[in-house]
Write a protein that binds this ligand. Structure first.
Ligand code: SAH
Length: 251
Protein backbone atom coordinates (compact mmCIF):
# COMPACT_ATOMS: atom_id res chain seq x y z
CA UNK A 1 0.00 0.00 0.00
CA UNK A 2 1.49 3.39 -0.96
CA UNK A 3 1.37 6.50 1.16
CA UNK A 4 -1.43 8.23 -0.75
CA UNK A 5 -3.60 5.14 -0.52
CA UNK A 6 -3.00 5.02 3.24
CA UNK A 7 -3.92 8.71 3.60
CA UNK A 8 -7.13 8.12 1.64
CA UNK A 9 -8.10 5.11 3.76
CA UNK A 10 -7.42 7.12 6.90
CA UNK A 11 -9.58 9.95 5.63
CA UNK A 12 -12.45 7.58 4.82
CA UNK A 13 -12.35 5.67 8.12
CA UNK A 14 -11.19 8.15 10.72
CA UNK A 15 -14.51 9.91 11.27
CA UNK A 16 -16.41 6.63 11.72
CA UNK A 17 -17.09 5.41 15.23
CA UNK A 18 -15.73 1.99 14.23
CA UNK A 19 -13.25 0.80 11.66
CA UNK A 20 -14.78 -2.67 11.52
CA UNK A 21 -18.01 -4.53 12.36
CA UNK A 22 -18.98 -4.50 16.04
CA UNK A 23 -21.33 -2.99 18.60
CA UNK A 24 -21.48 -1.73 22.16
CA UNK A 25 -23.95 -4.44 23.20
CA UNK A 26 -21.65 -7.08 21.71
CA UNK A 27 -18.57 -5.65 23.45
CA UNK A 28 -20.55 -5.78 26.73
CA UNK A 29 -21.64 -9.34 26.01
CA UNK A 30 -17.98 -10.34 25.58
CA UNK A 31 -17.11 -8.57 28.87
CA UNK A 32 -19.79 -10.62 30.60
CA UNK A 33 -18.69 -13.90 29.00
CA UNK A 34 -15.17 -13.17 30.23
CA UNK A 35 -16.49 -12.38 33.73
CA UNK A 36 -14.64 -9.07 33.78
CA UNK A 37 -17.02 -7.01 35.89
CA UNK A 38 -16.29 -9.22 38.87
CA UNK A 39 -12.49 -8.88 38.81
CA UNK A 40 -10.98 -5.45 39.35
CA UNK A 41 -8.91 -3.33 39.01
CA UNK A 42 -7.77 -4.56 35.60
CA UNK A 43 -4.91 -3.86 33.26
CA UNK A 44 -6.08 -4.23 29.66
CA UNK A 45 -4.42 -3.96 26.24
CA UNK A 46 -6.75 -3.14 23.31
CA UNK A 47 -4.79 -4.19 20.24
CA UNK A 48 -5.68 -2.63 16.87
CA UNK A 49 -7.97 -0.23 18.70
CA UNK A 50 -8.64 2.16 15.78
CA UNK A 51 -10.46 5.25 17.02
CA UNK A 52 -11.40 3.38 20.19
CA UNK A 53 -15.03 2.23 20.10
CA UNK A 54 -14.20 -0.72 22.35
CA UNK A 55 -11.46 1.09 24.31
CA UNK A 56 -13.82 3.81 25.50
CA UNK A 57 -16.59 1.37 26.41
CA UNK A 58 -14.15 -0.78 28.40
CA UNK A 59 -12.93 2.34 30.21
CA UNK A 60 -16.49 3.34 31.07
CA UNK A 61 -17.75 -0.08 32.13
CA UNK A 62 -14.80 -1.45 34.07
CA UNK A 63 -12.40 -0.41 36.77
CA UNK A 64 -9.47 -0.63 34.41
CA UNK A 65 -6.49 1.04 32.82
CA UNK A 66 -6.33 0.42 29.11
CA UNK A 67 -3.33 0.58 26.79
CA UNK A 68 -4.77 1.30 23.35
CA UNK A 69 -2.47 0.10 20.57
CA UNK A 70 -2.62 0.96 16.89
CA UNK A 71 -0.02 1.51 14.18
CA UNK A 72 -1.83 4.59 12.82
CA UNK A 73 -1.14 7.66 14.99
CA UNK A 74 -4.06 9.53 13.40
CA UNK A 75 -6.51 6.97 14.81
CA UNK A 76 -4.89 7.27 18.24
CA UNK A 77 -5.22 11.08 18.12
CA UNK A 78 -8.92 10.69 17.37
CA UNK A 79 -9.25 8.13 20.16
CA UNK A 80 -7.64 10.54 22.62
CA UNK A 81 -10.08 13.33 21.67
CA UNK A 82 -13.03 10.97 22.07
CA UNK A 83 -11.71 9.72 25.40
CA UNK A 84 -11.64 13.32 26.68
CA UNK A 85 -15.21 13.86 25.46
CA UNK A 86 -16.31 10.73 27.35
CA UNK A 87 -14.40 11.70 30.51
CA UNK A 88 -12.17 8.60 30.46
CA UNK A 89 -8.88 9.98 29.12
CA UNK A 90 -7.12 9.36 32.45
CA UNK A 91 -7.83 5.62 32.15
CA UNK A 92 -6.37 5.22 28.68
CA UNK A 93 -2.78 5.31 27.42
CA UNK A 94 -2.29 5.25 23.67
CA UNK A 95 0.62 3.35 22.17
CA UNK A 96 1.67 3.74 18.56
CA UNK A 97 3.22 0.45 17.55
CA UNK A 98 2.65 -2.64 15.46
CA UNK A 99 0.73 -5.54 16.92
CA UNK A 100 3.50 -7.94 15.89
CA UNK A 101 6.13 -6.05 17.91
CA UNK A 102 4.39 -5.22 21.19
CA UNK A 103 6.83 -3.85 23.78
CA UNK A 104 5.02 -5.40 26.77
CA UNK A 105 6.51 -7.51 29.53
CA UNK A 106 5.63 -11.08 30.39
CA UNK A 107 2.42 -11.44 32.41
CA UNK A 108 1.70 -7.70 32.33
CA UNK A 109 -2.01 -7.80 31.49
CA UNK A 110 -5.22 -9.19 32.98
CA UNK A 111 -6.94 -8.88 29.60
CA UNK A 112 -5.96 -8.63 25.95
CA UNK A 113 -8.82 -7.29 23.85
CA UNK A 114 -8.81 -7.08 20.05
CA UNK A 115 -11.81 -6.40 17.81
CA UNK A 116 -11.58 -6.83 14.05
CA UNK A 117 -7.81 -6.46 13.95
CA UNK A 118 -5.87 -9.68 14.59
CA UNK A 119 -6.22 -10.71 10.92
CA UNK A 120 -3.57 -8.08 10.16
CA UNK A 121 -0.94 -10.43 11.59
CA UNK A 122 -3.06 -13.58 11.34
CA UNK A 123 -5.14 -15.18 14.07
CA UNK A 124 -2.71 -17.95 14.94
CA UNK A 125 0.35 -15.68 14.95
CA UNK A 126 -1.52 -13.12 17.07
CA UNK A 127 -2.98 -15.38 19.73
CA UNK A 128 0.30 -17.27 20.11
CA UNK A 129 2.47 -14.12 20.29
CA UNK A 130 0.21 -12.20 22.68
CA UNK A 131 -0.21 -15.06 25.19
CA UNK A 132 2.99 -14.30 27.06
CA UNK A 133 1.79 -10.78 27.93
CA UNK A 134 -1.18 -12.22 29.86
CA UNK A 135 -1.13 -13.25 33.49
CA UNK A 136 -1.97 -16.90 34.11
CA UNK A 137 -5.76 -16.96 34.25
CA UNK A 138 -5.88 -13.74 32.22
CA UNK A 139 -8.45 -13.40 29.46
CA UNK A 140 -8.12 -13.04 25.70
CA UNK A 141 -11.08 -11.55 23.84
CA UNK A 142 -10.61 -11.49 20.10
CA UNK A 143 -12.96 -11.15 17.14
CA UNK A 144 -12.08 -12.91 13.91
CA UNK A 145 -13.74 -13.39 10.54
CA UNK A 146 -15.34 -16.87 10.66
CA UNK A 147 -17.27 -19.25 8.41
CA UNK A 148 -20.71 -19.90 9.88
CA UNK A 149 -21.13 -23.35 8.28
CA UNK A 150 -19.04 -26.19 6.84
CA UNK A 151 -19.65 -25.31 3.19
CA UNK A 152 -20.19 -22.13 1.16
CA UNK A 153 -20.61 -20.95 -2.44
CA UNK A 154 -17.43 -21.11 -4.59
CA UNK A 155 -17.58 -17.36 -5.40
CA UNK A 156 -17.36 -16.52 -1.72
CA UNK A 157 -14.74 -19.15 -0.98
CA UNK A 158 -12.45 -17.84 -3.70
CA UNK A 159 -12.86 -14.21 -2.58
CA UNK A 160 -11.72 -15.03 0.94
CA UNK A 161 -8.98 -17.38 -0.19
CA UNK A 162 -7.31 -14.32 -1.70
CA UNK A 163 -8.29 -11.81 1.00
CA UNK A 164 -7.59 -13.86 4.12
CA UNK A 165 -6.82 -17.55 3.67
CA UNK A 166 -6.90 -18.07 7.45
CA UNK A 167 -10.70 -17.61 7.49
CA UNK A 168 -12.14 -20.83 8.97
CA UNK A 169 -15.00 -22.32 10.99
CA UNK A 170 -15.31 -21.56 14.71
CA UNK A 171 -14.31 -25.10 15.74
CA UNK A 172 -10.96 -24.61 13.95
CA UNK A 173 -10.35 -21.25 15.65
CA UNK A 174 -11.26 -22.73 19.03
CA UNK A 175 -8.88 -25.64 18.35
CA UNK A 176 -6.08 -23.15 17.67
CA UNK A 177 -6.78 -21.40 20.96
CA UNK A 178 -6.52 -24.75 22.77
CA UNK A 179 -3.30 -25.68 21.00
CA UNK A 180 -1.74 -22.36 21.95
CA UNK A 181 -2.37 -22.66 25.67
CA UNK A 182 -5.81 -21.16 26.14
CA UNK A 183 -8.99 -22.60 27.59
CA UNK A 184 -11.95 -21.42 25.44
CA UNK A 185 -14.73 -19.94 27.58
CA UNK A 186 -17.14 -18.46 25.07
CA UNK A 187 -17.99 -17.83 21.44
CA UNK A 188 -20.73 -15.88 19.72
CA UNK A 189 -21.37 -14.44 16.28
CA UNK A 190 -21.68 -10.72 15.54
CA UNK A 191 -25.26 -10.14 14.31
CA UNK A 192 -26.05 -8.45 10.99
CA UNK A 193 -26.65 -4.99 12.52
CA UNK A 194 -23.00 -4.90 13.65
CA UNK A 195 -22.03 -4.97 9.97
CA UNK A 196 -24.76 -2.91 8.35
CA UNK A 197 -26.05 -0.31 10.81
CA UNK A 198 -22.83 0.06 12.80
CA UNK A 199 -20.20 -0.14 10.09
CA UNK A 200 -21.17 -0.24 6.42
CA UNK A 201 -24.09 2.25 6.41
CA UNK A 202 -22.18 5.06 8.17
CA UNK A 203 -19.25 4.47 5.82
CA UNK A 204 -21.50 4.47 2.75
CA UNK A 205 -23.05 7.76 3.81
CA UNK A 206 -19.57 9.32 3.58
CA UNK A 207 -18.65 8.07 0.09
CA UNK A 208 -19.96 11.10 -1.83
CA UNK A 209 -18.25 13.68 0.36
CA UNK A 210 -15.06 11.60 0.33
CA UNK A 211 -14.99 11.45 -3.48
CA UNK A 212 -15.75 15.16 -3.62
CA UNK A 213 -12.88 16.01 -1.23
CA UNK A 214 -10.45 14.07 -3.39
CA UNK A 215 -11.64 15.47 -6.73
CA UNK A 216 -12.96 12.04 -7.82
CA UNK A 217 -9.38 10.87 -8.28
CA UNK A 218 -8.79 7.36 -9.62
CA UNK A 219 -7.30 6.29 -6.31
CA UNK A 220 -10.24 7.61 -4.29
CA UNK A 221 -12.65 5.89 -6.68
CA UNK A 222 -10.71 2.63 -6.41
CA UNK A 223 -11.07 2.71 -2.63
CA UNK A 224 -14.81 3.35 -2.79
CA UNK A 225 -15.21 0.61 -5.42
CA UNK A 226 -13.38 -1.88 -3.23
CA UNK A 227 -15.57 -0.99 -0.22
CA UNK A 228 -18.72 -1.24 -2.36
CA UNK A 229 -17.63 -4.65 -3.58
CA UNK A 230 -17.03 -5.82 -0.01
CA UNK A 231 -20.45 -4.52 1.06
CA UNK A 232 -22.26 -6.18 -1.86
CA UNK A 233 -20.54 -9.44 -1.05
CA UNK A 234 -21.63 -9.20 2.57
CA UNK A 235 -25.21 -8.40 1.62
CA UNK A 236 -25.36 -11.41 -0.70
CA UNK A 237 -23.54 -13.94 1.50
CA UNK A 238 -24.10 -12.75 5.06
CA UNK A 239 -25.50 -16.13 6.14
CA UNK A 240 -22.15 -17.75 5.44
CA UNK A 241 -19.68 -15.58 7.36
CA UNK A 242 -19.39 -13.07 10.16
CA UNK A 243 -17.02 -12.10 12.89
CA UNK A 244 -16.85 -14.66 15.66
CA UNK A 245 -16.07 -13.27 19.11
CA UNK A 246 -13.81 -15.64 21.06
CA UNK A 247 -13.25 -15.52 24.81
CA UNK A 248 -10.45 -17.64 26.25
CA UNK A 249 -8.43 -17.95 29.43
CA UNK A 250 -4.66 -18.36 29.58
CA UNK A 251 -3.92 -21.72 31.22
N1 SAH B 1 -10.84 -2.28 16.90
C1 SAH B 1 -11.30 -1.20 16.04
C2 SAH B 1 -10.54 -1.11 14.72
C3 SAH B 1 -10.65 -2.32 13.82
S1 SAH B 1 -9.93 -2.04 12.21
C4 SAH B 1 -12.78 -1.33 15.80
O1 SAH B 1 -13.32 -2.42 16.03
O2 SAH B 1 -13.40 -0.36 15.36
C5 SAH B 1 -8.30 -2.68 12.39
C6 SAH B 1 -7.33 -1.76 13.10
O3 SAH B 1 -6.07 -2.39 13.15
C7 SAH B 1 -7.11 -0.42 12.40
O4 SAH B 1 -7.26 0.62 13.33
C8 SAH B 1 -5.67 -0.49 11.89
O5 SAH B 1 -5.01 0.75 11.90
C9 SAH B 1 -5.05 -1.44 12.89
N2 SAH B 1 -3.89 -2.16 12.39
C10 SAH B 1 -3.72 -2.75 11.19
N3 SAH B 1 -2.52 -3.36 11.13
C11 SAH B 1 -1.91 -3.13 12.32
C12 SAH B 1 -0.65 -3.51 12.87
N4 SAH B 1 0.22 -4.24 12.19
N5 SAH B 1 -0.37 -3.11 14.13
C13 SAH B 1 -1.25 -2.38 14.85
N6 SAH B 1 -2.45 -2.00 14.38
C14 SAH B 1 -2.78 -2.37 13.13
Amino acid sequence: MDDLQMQLLLDLHRSNVRQGPGGDAETKRAMELAGLARSRPLKIADVGCGTGASTILLAKELDAHITAVDFLPEFLDELHTRAIDHGVADRITTLNCSMDALPFTEGEFDVIWSEGAVYNMGFEAGVSAWRRFLKTGGKLIVSEITWLSATRPPELQSHWETEYPEIDVASAKIGLLERHGYSPEGYFVLPVHCWLENYYRPMQSRFDAFLERHGHSDQAKAIVDAERHEIALYEKFRDYYSYGVYVAKKV
